[in-house]
Ligand binder design. Structure first.
Ligand code: SAH
Length: 305
């Protein structure tokens, strides 16, 4: 049975966002921020209310990288501590069952963009008539809608994807972006991931959301796609700046049809210029950026012939 390490840090409201952003780097299923006590409604005028206390919580697998991850988290929190007082992270080992239940308690539907709602499978929502709901079991693959890089992609897909296209979701994780594209506009989506488990979960999630006939999920990466000679009108790549830059050197831009669009996410603001240079080298023209916190999404076009 897989076991998980729960990391939790108790902090005030101001520190909790910064901590959550750090933990997101290692806790790929998401990070929950939980309120510990309900503050009283009223305070005497001369009484100072205590800082609101929150618990930031995330999980990573207990495997041979776990000690290394702990050391990295401790280091990251140590750096934050230089700017703002930070408590020590607390680590607990939990088994798979407790992990799944812990998440069930923490997950809530999230509204993203204008019409999208990400609904964890065990929760209910009351949608507005135009809402598009994506029901997800967080499972084991990244992509539950809580990460800023995913949210930026969902917003960009909703705002700028033209209808009836052939779409590629490269690095599909849970399939969240492929499903959003299929539910909103796309005719056909190819979802690719190097991780076999991500492909399996994408197929399950596509089925769950009634778009299985529009989505083809396969294990692979850039090479598989380049050699297949399949080309796309719209491509979404939410991996990491480093991976995107490497792929640009391997003709990533060729996957986009002339006149097509591609969006790139997983980029920290300080890396955005380097990613744009790489995108130009692979024949794409960056034309817009979106930002959430430190994260940047770049929108680019392949010029029409
Ligand atoms: N698209 C999802 C998941 C993003 S996480 C979302 O937006 O939420 C990034 C995913 O890319 C992971 O599932 C990882 O397995 C996959 N990945 C990483 N490197 C890759 C590569 N070289 N080729 C294909 N997929 C890759």
């Amino acid at each position: 049975m897989t076991r998980w390490i729960e990391v939790s840090i108790t902090a005030d409201g101001e520190a909790s966002e910064a901590i959550a952003q750090e933990l997101h780097k290692w806790c790929h299923q998401g990070v929950a921020i939980e309120q510990t006590g309900i503050p009283p409604d009223k305070w005497d005028e001369d009484e100072v209310p205590p800082a609101k206390e929150l618990i930031v919580r995330g999980y990573f697998p207990e495997n041979d990288q776990a000690d290394d991850i702990k050391a990295q988290i401790n280091r990251a929190i140590g750096y934050l501590n230089m700017l703002y007082p930070m408590p020590q992270p607390v680590y607990n080992v939990v088994d798979e069952e407790d992990w799944a239940n812990a998440w069930k308690a923490h997950y809530h539907p999230v509204r993203i963009g204008k019409r999208l709602i990400i609904r964890p499978l065990w929760t209910e929502v009351e949608p507005l008539p135009d809402d598009v709901i994506i029901a997800l079991d967080p499972g084991m693959a990244f992509g539950t809608g809580t990460h800023p890089t995913t949210q930026l992609c969902l917003e960009a897909i909703e705002d700028s994807m033209p209808p009836h296209l052939d779409v590629l979701d490269l690095g599909c994780g849970s399939g969240i972006l492929a499903i959003a594209a299929a539910k909103l506009y796309a005719t056909k989506v190819v979802a690719v991931d190097i991780d076999e488990l991500a492909v399996k979960i994408t197929l399950e999630n596509a089925e769950q959301n009634g778009v299985a006939e529009k989505i083809v999920a396969q294990q692979g990466s850039l090479e598989t796609l380049i050699t297949s000679a399949r080309r796309f009108d719209f491509m979404v790549v939410n991996i990491l700046a480093k991976v995107i830059i490497t792929m640009c050197d391997q003709h990533l831009g060729d996957l986009v049809r002339p006149g097509g669009t591609a969006i790139f996410s997983g980029i920290i603001d300080t890396q955005a210029d380097d990613v744009e240079i790489a995108l130009r080298k692979t024949g794409l023209e960056p034309f817009a950026r979106r930002q959430q916190g430190d994260w940047i999404l770049i929108e680019a076009k392949r010029p029409a012939l």
